[in-house]
Design a protein around this ligand. Sequence first.
Ligand code: UD1
Length: 339
Amino acid sequence: MAVLVTGGAGYIGTHTALALHEAGRQVVILDDLSNSSERAVDAVRSLMGADADDVPFVCGDAADVELVSRTIIDHGIDEVVHFAAFKSVSESVERPLAYFANNMGSLIGVVEAMAATDVRRLVFSSSCTVYGEPDEVPVTEASPTGAANPYGWTKLHGEQFLEQVASAGDLDVMLLRYFNPVGAHPSGTMGEDPHGIPTNLVPFLMQVAVGRLDRLRVFGGDYDTPDGSPVRDYLHVVDLAEGHVAALDALGSTPGCTAVNLGTGRGYSVLEVVAAAEQVLGRPVPHEVVDRRPGDVARIWAETELAERVLGWTAGRDLTEMLADHWRWQEAHPAGFGG
Ligand code: UD1
């Protein structure tokens, strides 16, 4: 099987490309490098023991139907995992147009190219953000959907678009609703390397720990949660990557469109994550509690039963392992792939 991984130079994309390769699939990476670098592709090839002929890289935009179609034909692609998208909640609140144009444009481009080349199996990178502010936790795949920010709306509209294309019989799709991926490959050679100042919690915290940033701001201490800070379901990026392999494997026997949560089923508050990181580092991480961040929800974690039943997948790595692996990468590469 040959898999096209759009956004394959990104954080989840690189880890997934590696997991797919380890599972015996041919991998082709397409990425416009807008929030990643070619060094990430070099790192993933090196972990695979592969070169550019084994794992081709195409630099370009997933919205470019002609480019994606040509890539599918040239490399005999049978399946697609689509990551290529912007992913910052806070940036999406400031730049909704950019988020809709990029995230919907790339998704439509990929689906058009798949239709033009008769490729029907797709895994879509969705998010627990489609549950908006949930009334009840854990959330199941049948929980009400909504969105608390433009990023969330692009994921929800993306899911609705795919459901309709699938119900017309043109696609088989897994909508993978990720909770909060953190961690890095345990080798310490590949991890998250966002351009500019990170907006996600763990990359920001680790850049404070490595001395690139001076203190972590904890967004909100007055939520209706045990310690007042928001609660999320953090999962190891390697578990998440393995979930994509399981999703592609399951697609053969699961036609149509299926939404599946990928999380651990356990929530931690921001302050609990900071305390766990301090344990791993063996020293305090400077932080202060500040105002809430617009677009954030108070608490969310996953019901994981469907992932276990449909994909045969569970997330086995715990918070300490996530933070230890993230730190190994960050400590060895204080400036990300650049050094
Ligand atoms: C959101 C989405 C998630 C998506 C991710 C992509 C929701 C519920 N979740 O995650 O599905 O994969 O965006 O980026 O919409 N925080 C701080 N200080 C910081 C950064 C974050 O306190 O400097 C807090 C946030 O308030 C939040 C938690 O840490 O409570 C996690 O934040 P973040 O890592 O940005 O992810 P989400 O916003 O939860």
